[in-house]
Design a protein around this ligand. Sequence first.
Ligand SMILES: [Cu+2]
Length: 496
Amino acid sequence: MSRFQLFSRRDFIKLMSAATATMAISRWQKVQGAGGELPIPTLLTGTETNGVMVYDLTMQTGTTQLLNTGSATPTYGYNGSILGPVLQMRVGDNIQVNVTNNLGMQTTTHWHGLHLPAEMDGSPHQIIENGATWSPTFTMLNRPSTCWYHPHLHGETGEQVFMGLAGLLYVTDDASEALAIPKTYGVDDIPLTVQDRDFNPNNTFDLGGAFRKGLRIMVNGEISPNLTTHAQMIRFRLHNGSNARLYNFGFSDNRSFSQIASEGGFLEAPVSMNRLFLTPGERAEIVVDFSADENESLALMSYSSELSPAIIGGFDALDASDFTVLTIDVDAATIIPTPVTSLPTSLTAIVRIAENEAINAANPRQYELQNGARINNVKMDINRIDQVVELDTIEVWEISNVSAVGHPFHIHDDTFQILSRNGVAPAANEMGWKDTVFVSPMETVKIIRPFVDFSDPVIPYMFHCHLLEHEDAGMMGQFTVINASTKIYLPTILNE
Ligand SMILES: [Cu+2]
């Protein structure tokens, strides 16, 4: 049962403004505004069967008591009423996930960030009928990282995710497990799926609007939660699982923290910051030092008022303010695990790909993000392949935003590196591997990406805006990766 007090929207905004006025938040104040303790999702490490690590997910409907008064809210979840377990997979393992659809409607489940064959991707082409089980198999080839999974049925993704279908997927290996960083799940390594919701008077989710944004912040499926944690270094796996809200994370006392990973894995070295901008679909791992904060309280905030309103779709009262995402009480340090007291200066090696290694460096593939949820003048057509890429090549893609708001651009199948933003090298925390990149209005982002391991002459991968209402409205396209040496091309091309 949530301890969240039901406020009118006006009171809620007033409360948030008050919270931003005070740097330190007393525990008394917090109890008035905070919900229940932060839920930590179940961790599934798989069951080995004949050398294959098997995971079972059931997509189901249910209800979740999200508000303190009134009815439970109808929600969807994986293996529960809302969100899903964290799937932990090891590099090199052969994986099978059995995804059973008990939603009473069609759906898919996409492995956001995973490098796998197009037919295993869970895109709009791998529909799971109601009552059916889809069992993709693949070898885990990703770097250690924080990925996620969610439905990707064309036209329905936004609603199905908003209803609660999303979960995190951790990739680990020997090297990442040997790193001297916080890594004990749920103790000093905390998942934070950050979402926003609005409710109708009968406590159902408000599914309306051009963008599904809400003034209630929900973390790990709890409205306005509180985390009781330890006086030591804590790692947060920040995941923007919102349909359309941008976050500008920071702490209520403006302390600095270190980003250690982006979507595709560790950064070369920790990057110190006191603000982290994270847009829908993106993940970032940060480490915060609470070692001097025993018995203190603070909050993870979004300093959204510092963002340019011009980049924000569906600008609302939260976007105009600085608001609490998670209140934090710091208790004594743990005995086990032994607290981490400093971060390694080196986390991994990242080989930056030189622009001239791309086969199209002189003539990058162009993507123009346009008003009306269009890319390159067209909307998604599931029967049209927009781009054909050759296997075992490296390409530069140039993504230009000529529209009125910013768009997080996500590409399936593999991660990429950002070469430049408007011709300027990216910030240190964007020098690692990514699968989603925010492109502001009037901005051109150049990325470079290898297309390796998997080709399919027929089944495409997606590229799209990860504002889910834009995606559903058609701001998505399809590319195939073809193996030119086998001379297999699309039938549509052969027939021309
Ligand atoms: Cu968009």
